[in-house]
Design a protein around this ligand. Structure first.
Ligand code: FAD
Ligand code: PYC
Length: 415
């Protein structure tokens, strides 16, 4: 691994920042690779990273139609937690959360992991039952603990929260003390730098426009920069998964819709945990710059525009103002959206496909940032060995067999 030290910062300051190396190489595509990954979001990059790190497979290209991290992996609200209900889900999300704990050291890149604590507020009896059930399940699963907090304890932890609002009273919360956030761009950039260090090619501004097969097996992809051959193909394109699957001749049980977020002007520290209020499809945390990061629910119709509807901003902000009156005095600075890939059971797909040696990783919907290292770990194993321990329950077969992994409570904003 290349060494990048704090002394480099001092050295570059002394020479007027003339010597910084590119974090990842910019390169022309080769004629062929052992593995091509489509999509340089967090999941595509993590897949490439763990293919190299865990299996020594480095003749890999990651092909990205825009800029790396320009999809959902650079557009999310960075919440990390592993408080899922089913064993297969909590296993992969906890694997991811635990990898996040040491990802800065592993990548030698500060991803600003901040395990500041995560609350999911219960605002209806239905949510109380759902979250208590998840707390019990998490205890049996032996993951990083989650616990049930009563209303008074919630108020102690989040003093700016109005727990007695007329429309949205708080009844309690599910709490994971080592849930939190990380800096999304840094996760993408750190993974990209390590992939590049391992000799992998990250090819940006290059769209995959077709997938070629011969005898039911993948041979390569057509791109806006020509044909690239490959022995194995990983499709990791979130909201565009259906488009890529169509190129390979199969269909997916995925819907694409916009999810949006917005941030306020920076203010002094006022909330030192992450709070999700899934009943109102809202959530809030404070960035290191002091901005309040707010998010809403998914649009209720399918589309591919990275914006989100205005009425969602209005509804969510109205509810959050009742719960966090401090927000009413703030100016909002910017708003954006991303195209999320939603399955009916709100669980991801990590799977072989009807085409030999094409693998797909999608369906993380509104909740895949927290999964990036675990998903990459699992997908790399699946692609390298043709089967995977963490991935085994998340195959496409489950939709045919009716073996759903219902995570509608844990998915939170996407319930
Ligand atoms: P992406 O990051 O979207 O990457 C896919 C890439 O594929 C894109 O860069 C795209 O340009 C590329 N691509 C598409 N088609 C092609 C093609 N034909 N050729 C080449 N490249 C192509 N998750 C959490 O866990 N916590 C959160 O707090 C959270 N908040 C969110 C808030 C918002 C507003 C949004 C939109 C999402 C949020 N998520 C959250 C979800 C999370 O961001 C995603 O699940 C995750 O980032 C998906 O990563 P990915 O790598 O699969 O997809
Ligand atoms: O999955 O934790 C999550 C999440 C929070 C906001 C959007 N997604």
């Amino acid at each position: 691994m290349k060494r990048y030290s704090v002394f480099a910062i001092a050295r570059e300051a002394l020479r007027w920042h003339q010597g910084w190396e590119r974090a990842w190489r910019s390169t022309e595509p080769k004629a062929s690779y052992d593995v091509v990954i489509v999509g340089a979001g967090g999941h595509g990059l993590a897949t490439a990273y763990y293919l190299g790190k865990n299996f020594g497979i480095t003749n890999v290209a990651v092909i990205e139609k825009g800029w790396l991290g320009g999809g959902n992996s650079g557009r999310n609200t960075t919440i990390i937690r592993s408080n899922y209900l089913e064993n297969s889900s909590s296993a992969i999300f906890e694997k991811a959360r635990s990898l996040y704990e040491t990802l800065s050291q592993d990548l030698n890149y500060n991803i600003m992991f901040s395990p500041r604590g995560l609350l999911m507020l219960a605002q209806t009896e239905h949510e109380v039952r759902g979250y208590k059930r998840t707390v019990h399940a998490n205890q049996l699963q032996g993951i990083e603990p989650t616990e049930w907090l009563d209303k008074a304890r919630v108020k102690e932890i989040v003093p700016i929260l109005n727990v007695d609002g007329p429309r949205y009273p708080v009844l309690g919360a599910q709490y994971q003390a080592r849930g939190g956030t990380a800096r999304h761009d840094a996760v993408n950039w750190g993974l990209a730098r390590r992939c590049s260090d391992m000799g992998m090619d990250i090819i940006q501004q290059t769209e995959v426009t077709g997938i070629r097969t011969e005898g039911g097996r993948v041979t390569g992809v057509d791109t806006t920069r020509g044909y690239i051959g490959t022995k194995k193909l990983g499709i990791v394109v979130a909201g565009h998964s259906g488009v890529l699957a169509g190129m390979a001749g199969f269909r997916l049980p995925i819907e694409s819709m916009a999810l949006q977020a917005w941030v306020s002007e920076p203010i002094k520290p006022c909330i030192d945990v992450v709070v999700m209020a899934n009943e109102v499809h809202g959530y809030i945390s404070q960035s290191d710059k002091g901005e309040l990061v707010l998010g809403g629910g998914t649009d209720s119709f399918n589309h591919y525009s990275q914006r989100g509807s205005f009425h969602h901003i209005e509804q969510t902000t109205r509810a959050l103002i009742e719960m966090f009156p401090i927000i009413s005095r703030l100016k909002m600075l910017r708003q954006w959206g991303g195209i999320v890939d939603m399955t009916g059971d709100r669980s991801p797909i990590l799977s072989k496909t009807p085409v030999e040696n094409i693998f797909i990783n999608c369906g993380w919907g509104t909740g895949g940032f927290k999964a990036i290292p675990g998903s990459g770990w699992a997908m790399a194993e699946l692609m390298a060995k043709g089967e995977g321990t963490l991935a085994s329950e998340f195959g496409l077969d489950r939709f045919r067999e009716g073996r759903f992994i219902d995570e509608s409570v844990a998915a939170g904003v996407a319930h």
